[in-house]
Design a protein around this ligand. Structure first.
Ligand code: HSE
Length: 582
């Protein structure tokens, strides 16, 4: 039975200067935040200033005065964290998930003591918990406010302290992202034998060997509260857990980049290429299959990677094939070939998954590889994952939602008095519409998504014809305008409900009162309302279309595969070591 009181887990992530050198590194933090959020976790992101910013600000302060006044110096240095926090919020907005920056005063981060070496003593946990229900919360690390409202600093490396303090106050987990995947007995950057990583470490040992990596004051705070935390790197499957009461060293597995062959380099393919190329320690793109070499070059793909023979590409040496060419017949043949060649496959192709999904998933099982398709439904909105989670908690009675960003965007434009053609042209320009926008307007796209969600929610393959479908292609723009004038909103609603005599599935425009939870989905936002048999309904929302939201969902699948393979390698290594010892 579903537990009505069940609260989502909270995680506090800390991204330090060694991870965020500049705004170019923000997508890395976004990948980690997205991964946790799409798994149903509420995320607080604590951010340090980019790279060398704090030193640079310090130098500038000293260029004015040898003995800078403490509150002015604190206010100046705090601008580094404020800038990085705001920019992370922009980066999250780009992929379409709701995020909010709170400054130390809004978060109630109270400090005592020296203004440049202060200690945190309070936070407005009730406010943070309330904000977390709506959005990712971003907080500048290293800073607080004293009793008089002055800006204070927590000392060098103080963002670690901020993150641990927040995790303790919010009852959450804390993960400190560093440029290494944990604490090592010897420097992993030095040549020589394979370095040994602490899988677990005590506070005492951390203070002795790890104070270059984690702020000592933060470790002492965690020790005094018995708070465990992890130290890891972005995209890593390995970590060090601090505070386990014992030290345990393990041999670290060599992590080689995952080799990716990309099929397609259009709106999403170009985005995925750029994100993969920015993570060279995790991924190597081996080939980009496309008929439009000019477009691929414009997306930054080097000429040597561009391949025209897609049949050859899916059998070439790689770990994962990412299918982003769209369509069904050819995509199905290529995906089949890729799976049979022993490659994992990630696809964003919903038509493919509707028509051939069951057969392809069985084939993937038989070939002992994975086929992932998070990006096929809902762009950045992790709908398939949400339904999976809901089912783990109990049976689902119904779901309904805004599942097509283009029609939502078009309806907003119609409500403003624009005509259908110009609204559709704007959606195409924005990269939201299907290759043939008729599939958006006539409800086929939303129907395909509904079918995939129904398969997850009810374990039933709904035939296309079983969904009563009406699009917005014939809608009267006058009705849309008038609805707005009367305080109502027209939305294309996909709905699927378990009734006594079976599933009732519809896709149709509906006039909703403003108070309806699906009415305020704005622009390309997608929303889903899940109604469990037992317990309260719940709502999810994020941008459901466009290059970066969809790219993020593809990247989440790829990062999951990377982590799973890395874990499998680590397990093999452990087994080998055990055999050697035996
Ligand atoms: N064309 C789709 C939409 C995006 O507008 O929602 C991909 O599913």
């Amino acid at each position: 039975m579903r537990n009505k009181e069940k609260q989502p887990e909270i995680v506090v992530f800390k991204f330090g200067s060694s991870v965020l050198h500049s705004e170019e590194d923000l997508p890395r933090a976004v990948h980690e935040i997205y991964r946790a959020w799409s798994g149903g976790t509420q995320v607080v992101a604590v951010v340090s200033a980019f790279g060398n910013t704090t030193n640079e600000l310090w130098r500038r302060a000293q260029s004015i005065s040898d003995e800078p006044e403490a509150s002015a110096l604190a206010a100046l240095l705090a601008t580094g964290e404020a800038t990085a926090s705001a920019m992370l919020c922009l980066a999250l907005g780009k992929v379409g998930i709701a995020a909010k920056v709170l400054d130390p005063a809004q978060a109630g981060l109270r400090t005592v003591g020296d203004r440049l070496e202060a200690d945190l003593v309070a936070v407005d946990a009730a406010r943070l918990k309330s904000e977390l229900r709506q959005a990712i919360v971003i907080l500048p690390g290293f800073v607080g406010r004293d009793e008089g409202g002055y800006t204070t600093l927590l000392g060098r490396g103080g963002s670690d302290f901020s993150a641990l303090f927040l995790a303790h106050q919010l009852g959450g987990r804390c993960v400190l992202f560093k440029d290494v995947d944990g604490l090592y007995a010897n420097d992993p950057a030095c040549s020589g034998p394979r370095p040994l990583r602490f899988a677990e470490i005590t506070y005492e040992t951390t203070l002795r060997i790890g104070s270059q990596v984690v702020q000592a004051k933060a470790v002492r705070f965690a020790a005094s509260r018995g708070l465990r935390f992890s130290v890891t790197a972005i995209g890593a499957s390995s970590q060090t857990v601090v505070g386990c009461g014992r030290d345990r060293l393990v041999a670290s597995a060599n992590s080689t980049p995952l080799c990716i062959a990309l099929l397609g380099c259009g709106t999403v393919g170009g985005g995925v290429y750029q994100r993969l190329a920015a993570l060279p320690e995790l991924f190597t793109v081996t080939a980009v299959g496309t008929r439009n070499g000019v477009r691929a070059l414009a997306a930054g793909v080097p000429e040597r990677l561009i391949a025209c023979d897609l049949e050859e590409l899916v059998e070439s040496e790689c770990d994962v094939v990412v299918e982003l060419i769209g369509g069904t017949k050819r995509a199905a043949a290529l995906t089949t070939k890729a799976l049979r060649s022993g490659h994992h496959v990630v696809t964003a192709n919903k038509a493919l998954m509707v028509d051939e999904g069951e057969a392809l998933l069985s084939l993937a099982d038989a070939c002992r590889v994975t086929l992932r398709y998070s990006a096929a439904v809902g762009g950045a909105l992790p709908l398939l994952e949400a339904i999976d989670r809901a089912r783990k908690d109990g049976a689902i009675r119904a779901f309904s939602g805004v599942l097509n960003g283009t029609t939502n965007f078009v309806l907003d434009r119609l409500a403003e008095g624009k005509d259908l053609e110009s609204a559709v042209a704007a959606a195409q320009k924005g990269g939201y519409a299907e290759a043939n926008p008729r599939f958006d307007l006539n409800g086929i796209d939303a129907t395909q998504k509904l079918i995939l969600l129904a398969r997850k929610a009810f374990g039933i393959s709904l035939p296309f014809a079983a969904v009563a479908r009406e699009g917005i292609d014939q809608i009267d723009p006058q009705l849309v305008r008038q609805s707005r004038e009367q305080g109502q909103t027209v939305r294309l609603i996909a709905s699927c409900r378990q009734e006594a005599d079976g599933l009732v599935a519809t896709v149709q425009p509906r006039v909703l009162p403003q108070s309806h939870p699906l009415a305020s989905a704005a622009g390309i936002e997608n929303r889903l309302l899940i109604e469990p048999v037992v317990g309260a309904p719940y709502l999810l929302s994020a941008k459901g279309a466009g290059r970066w939201p969809t790219t993020e969902a593809v990247m989440a699948d790829l990062l999951d595969i990377k982590r799973e393979l890395q874990l499998a390698t680590a397990t093999e290594l452990f087994e080998d070591l055990r055999e050697c010892v035996a």
